[in-house]
Design a protein around this ligand. Sequence first.
Ligand code: AHR
Length: 485
Amino acid sequence: MVKASVAIRTDEPLGTISPNIYGHFAEHLGRCIDEGIWVGPESAIANNGGARQDVTEALAAIRCPVIRWPGGCFADAYDWRDGVGPHERRPRRINVWWNKEEDNQFGTDEFVRFCRDVGAEPYICGNVGSGTPREMMQWVEYCNYEGQTTLARERVANGAPVPHKVKYWGIGNENWGCGGQFGAEQYAHEYRRFGSYLRRIDPTIELISCGHSPEWNLGFFSNLGRVDLVDHHSLHHYYKCGPGTGFSEEEYYGLFPRALELEEAINRLSQLMSHFDRGRRIGIVVDEWGVWHPEADVGLWQPNTLRDALSAAVVLDVFNRQAGVVTMGNIAQTVNVLQCLLQTDGAAMWRTPTYHVFDLYKSHMGNYSLRADVVCERHEFSLEGRREHVLPLSVSASHSEAAGRLVLSLTNLHLTETLEVTVSLHGSTAVSGIARTLTSANADDVNSAAEPDRVCLAPVDAPSGEEFTLQLAPKSTTVGLWELR
Ligand code: AHR
């Protein structure tokens, strides 16, 4: 048994936790959209207008706040006009990035309907790499315009009498790479063109610029000249350590420092942006993140283990701690691809361990993030001849003023040791607690169609008081809710 302590500063809110940090990303890649979300209205699998009912309900149950679409790399090759109008007339195209054909049955109207059925905001990523400002302006007009223009009428004729009111628009994706191989200066120039026209079509939309390395971000903001055109700037963070299953003990631990590199990237970007955005108006959107294992092969399918889920908890703690700075997060990708939350095989659908982490963490949405000071001995290990270390206890805390509730997340990364954690609340008292834990016998346990609940949530004790002690099982994430007095 290892001991640790956490001091929660209930009087030191760090900022409001945007519900959108618990968001998702769905690309036309592998079996994410086709089979994962979209089966078509004629399918024997239960669906709402073609989108799987089981997937819709599972996402609604974790209060999925926002979904990014259609890519990813796919976005900068996508012509939105291919995906609207009568289904039988939609063209079949080459999906140039993901080695498949695209039949365009799931387009803008289907995506927005799916989001609304889930209860999520749609976030559309536009095409800068091979598209024009005019095409993207027309896409915004088609979605959001309330008047009688040809495009607005076309949307009505396509079955959407009420404007879609899509709030979030990304101006390209990874434009330093698959999104057109731009330099930062050239992208800044393109961004200005796209951004200024899009704002004329709908001044209420929020625009997201594409971020990358510190050099790229500096080049972008130095050459932009119109910082008012950016509402959010994006970062992507993929990480891995050894294989997805069958990893060594060192590789198990090695995944977490790699996940945590994101916190450093966020701090660095936030500092850089403060030179250009003096009022600190621009948020950071981590619109692709998660584990990308070497096994991710055909359609970027990969195993999704308990270890992956623990790394998601560690990242969500970073987002909670960075409340006010990080305005959105979109784990890659919702169904069947990379660190997905759901997997499907024909009519079967099951939840990955990462889904359960999102289920646990949803209680933080919209709360005030609280400062939590952790005292815990670092775990040292050796990986490929290098000494490394990780703090084996990851924590985030928040307070819901409306519900008068404290929410506390604690992840014990130790493989074999229980962590005994003393929590002190400094002047406040926690009462009537309930808590649930995610763990399993092995760190590389997965769920499957045959064993959908092998890794699942279980209730655990949640003692009360101004100071109380929790026992955290090895390799586990626990989230507790307490009434705060
Ligand atoms: O999520 C898979 C791919 O990873 C996305 O298409 C791209 O943006 C990133 O490189």
